[in-house]
Design a protein around this ligand. Structure first.
Ligand code: SF4
Length: 208
């Protein structure tokens, strides 16, 4: 599997020791396409490892170039607290994460049409599209908590409550017509580390 991001030490990939059965029954939209939802899942921002924030800030001028006027190019406002090198180091030591800021009712890195500036930068540079993206962003709608691969069923509820709008990818909604483990093949391969591991996951699914 080609994956530039996996070779970047800033990306923290937790070890997966268990798979929540909810993963197999989870239904998702068949075509994850930001032209349909304008990056709705990115509206509340994202938590990330301090090393991932440091990687973004190390490329801040290039990230700024990917932004439009609905975003802020002031990098001191990209996180929900001052992301100084000292603070990031402290968070790393404490095993804590840092959140991207919400600006104009969306993640500070999300542009007006729903595209992520971090992904746009990677594509412009010709590297893997996830080279600058935080792990949690890559894996959504799945997540890994305490070694368990599971499904983030709460995120849509948070969006709905915060913005009073329906969540396009709602697992209970009309767009949830495909198996998440089929739609998110590349994301799950990334999380599990290999195609054989993904095949094993597919093989252990109780239903097609
Ligand atoms: S960093 Fe990018 S992918 Fe992650 S929530 Fe923000 S805009 Fe979305």
């Amino acid at each position: 599997m080609s994956n530039g991001a996996s070779g970047n030490p800033a990306t923290v990939k937790p070890v997966i020791r268990r798979v929540d059965p909810a993963v197999f029954g989870f239904r998702f939209t068949k075509n994850c396409d930001i032209r349909l939802c304008k990056g709705q899942c990115c509206r509340t921002g994202i938590i990330m490892a301090p090393s991932e924030a440091a990687r973004i800030l190390a490329h801040k001028e290039a990230v700024m170039e990917m932004m439009d006027d609905t975003q802020t190019r002031d990098s001191s406002r990209w996180f929900d607290e001052p992301a100084t090198p000292e603070r990031l180091k402290q968070l790393e030591t404490e095993g804590k994460e840092i959140a991207s800021a919400v600006h104009n009712h969306k993640c500070v890195f999300l542009d007006a049409i729903g595209a992520c500036a971090l992904q746009k930068l990677a594509l412009k540079e010709g590297t893997h599209r996830w080279a600058y993206k935080p792990y949690h962003c890559i894996l959504f709608p799945f997540l890994v908590e305490e070694g368990t691969l599971s499904v983030d069923l709460e995120h849509g509820d948070n969006i709905r409550a915060r913005y009073n709008e329906e969540f396009f990818c709602d697992h209970r909604g009309p767009n949830a017509i495909a198996r998440g483990i089929d739609v998110c093949r590349e994301e799950l391969m990334y999380a599990l580390g290999s195609y054989p591991a993904y095949e094993a996951l597919q093989g252990s699914a109780p239903e097609k």
